[in-house]
Every structure is written in C-alpha cells, then in structure tokens.
Design a protein around this ligand. Structure first.
Ligand SMILES: Cc1cc2nc3c(=O)[nH]c(=O)nc-3n(C[C@H](O)[C@H](O)[C@H](O)COP(=O)(O)OP(=O)(O)OC[C@H]3O[C@@H](n4cnc5c(N)ncnc54)[C@H](O)[C@@H]3O)c2cc1C
Ligand code: SF4
Ligand code: SF4
Ligand code: SF4
Length: 374
C-alpha cells in the first residue's frame, strides 16, 4: 500500500504531531489498533506514538484519516455537498429538551442529551460515545448505554467540586474520544452515535469515506460548534484570572456561546470575549478552520440562542429524520427564540452569527498556517 500512498505514521509525525497540530483525537490510533495491526498507542499527554514500529505496514491510513491532513479534503467536501462557509445545511433553529432532569444538567438546552436518549430508548443505537465527568480527572470518553449514563455525561455543571483539577478538562478535547469506538466492537455494540468537536467528527468521516473499521459502527454524528478548546488550568496559568479578578476555585459552570461565560457560585457571571482567550488556545485549534462542525448529521451550539436553548443545524437527511422523530415523540421542542417573533427572522439571526464565527475561524486558521509556512 505504501507504494500507492507513499505515506506512513512517520509523515504524520512530521506534518502534524511535531508541528504541534495534533489535537489528540485518537483517530489514527483507533484505526491502527482496531485492525489488530497495533503499531500505535496513545502516549504521554494523549499524543499518538509508536507502540511497536516493526508492526507498521506503512499503509498510510493513519495519515489520510487525520483531521489535520488535507489529502481527503476535496472528496469529503464533495461527499457532503459542502458549501462555504458553513458546509451543507438543511434547517437551523433554537430548541430545548422537554425533560427537566436533562435541562438541570445540560450545557445549553439539553438537545444533545435528549436526542441521544431518544435514539437509545427506541433502540436505534446500542450506545453513544460521549464524554463523562469524573471525580478527580475532569472528563473521560465513555460509551453510554443507558439514560442515566447520558445524563451523567451531559453539560458542564461542577457545583460539587472546589478543585481546579476537576474543572480542568471541561473544554478540552485532549482526551481521545474516538479511541473508545474500538471497545464497542468486542462489546457486541454495533450501532453507535458519537458527540464530538469538528476535529473528532472529521476523523470519523474520513474513516467512513475509506470504508474502514471501526467507523462502520458510527451511525449518527452530533457535532459541537467549537472556536477552541482550553482548560481552566490554562486560564489560571496565564494570569488571566487576575486580570479579570476571577476566583477560579469558585466557578460553578462554564459555557461558550458568543463569549466564554463563567458562572460563579455567588451567582455572578463573567462574560469574556473569545478573542481574549485565544492566547490559551491549543496551537492545533488556532490552525483549525471548522467552527460549525461541517460534516456532522446535526451540529449544535449555544451561540445565537437565548439562555437554556441549543442552536441546532440540521445537515443531512438522516439528521432531519432523527430530529423530526425526536420532536414528534416529544423529546425536544423548537423555539423561535426570545430575540425575534418569526421563524424566518430567528433563522436569519442564527445564520448571521454562526457565519460570522465560521468566517473568523477560517481567517484565523489561514493566518496561522501561513505564518507557520513562512
Ligand atoms: C470544546 C468545546 C467547545 C465549544 N465551543 C463552542 C462555541 O465556541 N460556541 C458555541 O456556541 N458552542 C460551543 N460548544 C458547544 C456548547 O458548549 C454545547 O455543548 C452545545 O450547545 C450543546 O448543548 P446541549 O445542552 O444541547 O448539550 P448537552 O445535552 O449538555 O450535551 C453535551 C454533550 O457534549 C458532550 N461533550 C462535552 N464535552 C465534550 C468534549 N470536550 N468533547 C466531546 N464531547 C463533549 C457531553 O458528553 C454531552 O453528551 C463547545 C463545546 C465544547 C465541548
Ligand atoms: S500500520 Fe498504517 S495506520 Fe498503522 S501506523 Fe503504520 S501507516 Fe499508520
Ligand atoms: S489529530 Fe488525531 S488523527 Fe491526527 S495525529 Fe493527532 S491523534 Fe492522530
Ligand atoms: S478548535 Fe478545532 S481542533 Fe480545536 S477542539 Fe475545536 S474542532 Fe478540535
């Protein structure tokens, strides 16, 4: 295969990992280990590395499926009927869960958790790959198999903890969520949904284009809007907290909409412009050009919607069908938002704001990549 692709993990190290562009999605390791080739492992700090270099077949697939390489980009865009600057989309609106238990723990309107509960309760999926809060280590990827697993994984409320460590990974995608797909194969789970940032969903979609395991297990992808990931620890290290006079120990909830929102235990909220936290973004995020998760079935975020609602972009016909069923069976409900009165005006408001973020992110990425090449 190497004669065809002339690529291997060495190239991935050279073009992505060593250039600080790896966002630790785990896609490369997931493919290599699911196929029992087992040449790679997730190493220290979550970056991929050789487990056994002699086992490498130099097939180049780890390189092709990496969200930070461009070889499959045109094919991917054509497959998903991609258009600048938001990719393909069918519908856009604000919505929320109808389930009080979900609303109490959700980041925004709990739409993600409620759609997953619908899929699980109706046996459309066997499980969902989400990221679960853990007692002392922030978050870790899990395959949720029950409603209660999903509720445990929802949102980002940390009211019971005082430690920065526990807040540490809230907005970090540095855990290899894709890696856990592999575990499901041996668990007789054959139909999975995944929730992920654009880098994670893109790795899955590239694997699906190549028709390779373990991406065949993923039947539904919910993509989160994402300007950047960071950890609360990063905030404190950069003296950011001092500048803004924020006591990081007293943060109750973190959210990103058009600003970073830190809700304190005292009920006071700080709204910090995203440009101000760019300095703590991962290098991989500064080079990333996808805000709205252009290859998901449904993309979601908080931006543009009133508090307690999720902004929903339906992208694929499957996304449309699943959302319509969840709506019909009363798992979620739509809203025109509090800003405007008609659906059309709300749609335009949401589109304008998402386009603005999407274009800003594409320009930032271009600048970053140009500066790296000069
Ligand atoms: C790193 C990151 C950056 C984001 N940036 C923005 C932004 O700039 N603008 C914006 O409008 N929205 C952003 N969002 C999305 C927003 O915070 C909400 O996740 C989204 O609106 C869905 O809300 P919900 O209440 O419907 O989700 P919920 O019902 O609360 O479910 C959230 C789901 O996301 C999963 N999850 C949480 N963290 C991660 C993670 N790091 N990686 C993968 N899955 C995860 C949870 O397991 C859960 O299944 C970001 C999310 C993340 C994780
Ligand atoms: S066997 Fe293929 S996928 Fe695995 S490390 Fe080597 S080139 Fe990458
Ligand atoms: S971004 Fe993902 S696929 Fe690319 S090198 Fe890093 S872990 Fe591997
Ligand atoms: S900014 Fe891009 S690379 Fe960074 S976590 Fe978000 S989608 Fe991934």
């Amino acid at each position: 295969m190497n004669s065809k692709n002339e690529l291997s993990f060495e190239n991935l190290l050279q073009d992505v990992v060593n250039k600080n562009l790896c966002n630790r999605c785990g896609g490369c390791v997931s493919f290599c280990s699911a196929n029992s080739i087992d040449a790679l492992k997730i190493g220290k700090e979550g970056f991929p590395e050789y487990k056994d270099k002699d086992k490498c077949l130099e097939c180049g697939i780890c390189y092709l499926i990496c969200p930070k390489t461009r070889n499959l980009e045109e094919e991917l865009k054509s497959h998903y009927d991609w258009k600048y600057p938001l990719g393909h989309w069918i519908d856009i609106f604000s919505a929320r869960s109808t389930d009080e238990e979900v609303l109490n723990v959700a980041t925004d309107g709990g739409v993600v958790t409620s759609i997953l509960i619908y899929l699980l309760e109706n046996k459309i999926i066997d499980g969902a790959i989400v990221s679960k809060r853990t007692g002392t280590h922030g978050r870790m990827p899990i395959i949720a198999k029950t409603r209660s697993d999903l509720i445990d994984a929802a949102g980002s409320s940390f009211a019971e903890t005082h430690h920065l460590d526990e807040l540490g990974n809230i907005y970090s995608t540095s855990f290899p969520i894709i890696k856990v797909i592999k575990e499901s194969a041996s668990d007789s789970m054959k139909k999975l949904a995944i929730v992920g940032t654009a880098c994670q969903i893109e790795a899955i979609r590239k694997m699906q284009l190549l028709n390779i395991v373990p991406s065949n297990l993923i039947i539904f992808a919910i993509g989160l809007f994402c300007m950047q990931c960071f950890t609360i620890e990063d905030l404190s290290k950069k003296n950011f907290a001092k500048t803004h006079k924020i006591d990081l120990d007293n943060i109750e909830k973190v959210n990103i909409k058009d600003n970073l929102i830190l809700k304190m235990k005292s009920n006071v909220s700080f709204h910090i412009p995203l440009e101000e936290i760019e300095e703590i973004a991962r290098p991989a995020c500064l080079a990333c050009n996808d805000f709205s998760n252009e290859f998901a079935d449904i993309s979601v975020g908080g931006v543009g919607s009133q508090d307690g609602y999720t902004t929903v972009m339906i992208r694929t016909s499957l996304g449309k069908q699943v959302y319509a069923e969840a709506l019909y069976h009363d798992y979620v409900k739509n809203s025109h938002g509090s800003y405007h009165h008609s659906r059309e005006v709300n749609e335009k408001h949401l589109l304008d704001i998402i386009k603005d973020f999407a274009i800003r992110k594409k320009i930032r990425s271009e600048k970053r990549i140009n500066s790296m090449n000069n």
